[in-house]
Design a protein around this ligand. Structure first.
Ligand code: ZN
Length: 477
């Protein structure tokens, strides 16, 4: 007897060659049957998906689920966006595990711990033992690996290179927001990161943010995106994602010298026609040229105008927010670029969201489908299949019998998520949040620790670097 029937949606499941209107029956959190007119008798719940698109649950390969960034609602925002599984790209692991009772929304979360000077490592040049201890501790406490923070806390490339090798030896994930002590978080830092990986597994974070036309100016990041695409084609050992929002995320704090504490923020202020100082920031907030991230009680939203300015002052300016700085041309190129075999050059969609309200994989992804840049099948590959494969979760990314009942239901005409179902539980329907708790996607080495804490977990397959270059394409299916 089914626990849940998902009724009458157009099911698009490329791995199982399904693209037709049908029902899905769910039992014990798994897909039990797919077919037409499945009986409702005895089913605990029926989800009416008629007129909607039903796909394997969206997997967002770059989010932030931490609770100390203006509000604690990232998990809710992730569920509202139609995302079932999210890779958190910086932790802190402890903060996320501690937040589950209060902030859990029913999603699955995998966590990378940031290698951050003064927090998880003592200095910017940790020795071999300290690096190894950070990786081992992370895996044993339920994390998947390490994030290198080139953007705000750059390290020397030799240290990054050592981290990549040591993660490879331990089967740990390693991601890099590129940038190092010589080059910034741009296309130059991107080149260095590929060289530093030297053929080993590396996840390069949000490729679009290195293609904003910062180094090669004047064309909306087009030449930088084309270079990034060529380099990724030539280095299949690199896993990558890019996001679809125009918004960035940055600190709005003004330092004691009256200037923005973040260099990124100074550049953004000038870009939107304001001076890089306190007066410029006030003008930007008042006129809506920047959004201040505030807690509306349920989710985090971007605010501007008088009230936002008041909030920013109350906080002593220690806030974060977003400017519209990601050029559309490079975002578009990275979203649809393919290799000769038809697989995507940039493996997955991501948001760099969670906390920041730019969780638009479904919204902007559907715009790309409407535009004709992607087929629905291709959207599913990039929004779900590739992430499931990379994370070692073969029971996700597909809706065959026995697969996890992780499902995203999409209102195609409105380009909005309509339902989020995780493990057969409806955690979001038509904008209403219905879930709680969190399942942590972990390495086998972290299972005992999480269970000891009473945290639900899902053990992933070990990372196999030889598997990374074997990409799925619509052509090969
Ligand atoms: Zn990020």
């Amino acid at each position: 007897m089914a626990d849940l029937i998902i009724r009458g949606g157009r099911v698009v499941d490329p791995l199982n060659h399904v693209d037709r209107v049908c029902d899905i029956a769910v039992e014990d959190g798994k897909v039990a049957e797919i077919g037409e007119e499945l009986p409702e008798a005895g089913a605990r719940e029926v989800f009416d998906a008629r007129g909607k698109i039903v796909i394997p649950g969206v997997i967002d390969m770059h989010t932030h689920q931490r609770t100390q960034l203006g509000h604690p609602h990232a998990q809710r925002m992730t569920a509202l966006a139609g995302t079932c599984t999210a890779l958190d790209m910086a932790g802190p692991l402890d903060d996320i595990l501690d937040s589950i009772p209060g902030s859990g929304s029913g999603i699955n979360v995998a966590v990378l711990e940031a290698a951050r000077e003064g927090y998880t490592i003592k200095t910017g040049r940790p020795g071999k033992e300290e690096r190894a201890a950070l990786i081992d501790r992370t895996l044993e406490h339920g994390g998947l690996g390490i994030k290198l923070l080139g953007g705000h806390f750059p390290m020397d490339t030799d240290i990054c290179s050592d981290f990549i090798s040591e993660c490879a030896e331990r089967g740990a994930w390693v991601a890099w927001h590129v940038g190092n002590t010589l080059h910034g978080s741009n296309i130059e830092g991107f080149r260095d990161a590929i060289d530093a990986a030297d053929g080993k597994f590396l996840h390069i974070a949000h490729v679009n943010s290195y293609c904003r036309g910062q180094v090669v100016k004047g064309d909306g990041g087009v030449r930088e995106a084309l270079e990034a695409i060529e380099r990724l084609k030539a280095h299949p050992n690199i896993f990558s994602e890019s996001y679809l929002s125009d918004l960035n995320g940055t600190r709005l704090t003004i330092g004691p010298d009256g200037k923005p504490a973040s260099h990124v923020t100074s550049t953004c202020l000038q870009k939107v026609g304001c001076t890089p100082d306190r007066a410029g920031m006030e003008k930007a907030i008042l006129e809506g040229r920047v959004g201040v991230l505030v807690d509306n009680g349920t989710i985090g939203v971007l605010a501007s105008g008088e009230k936002a300015l008041e909030y920013w002052r109350e906080k002593g300016t220690v806030t974060t927010g977003s400017f519209s700085v990601n050029p559309a041309p490079s975002r578009f190129l990275l979203a649809q670029a393919k290799r000769d075999d038809g697989s995507f050059v940039v493996d997955s969609f991501s948001t760099d969201g969670g906390t920041y309200p730019r969780n638009v994989i479904v919204r902007n992804g559907m715009h790309l489908v409407h535009f004709g840049a992607l087929t629905l099948e291709e959207f599913v590959l990039k929004a779900s299949v590739n992430g499931a494969k990379a994370l070692g979760l073969p029971s996700k990314g597909q809706l065959g019998v026995g697969a996890d009942a992780d499902v995203t239901v999409i209102d195609y005409d409105r380009c909005e998520p309509y339902g989020t179902i995780v493990g057969g539980r409806v955690i979001m329907k038509d904008g209403a949040l219905l879930g709680s708790g969190t399942t942590i996607v972990c390495d086998a080495r972290g299972e005992a620790y999480l269970k000891g804490r009473g945290i639900r977990c899902l053990v992933k397959k070990p990372l196999d670097p030889a598997d990374v270059p074997k990409r799925v394409s619509a052509k090969s299916l």
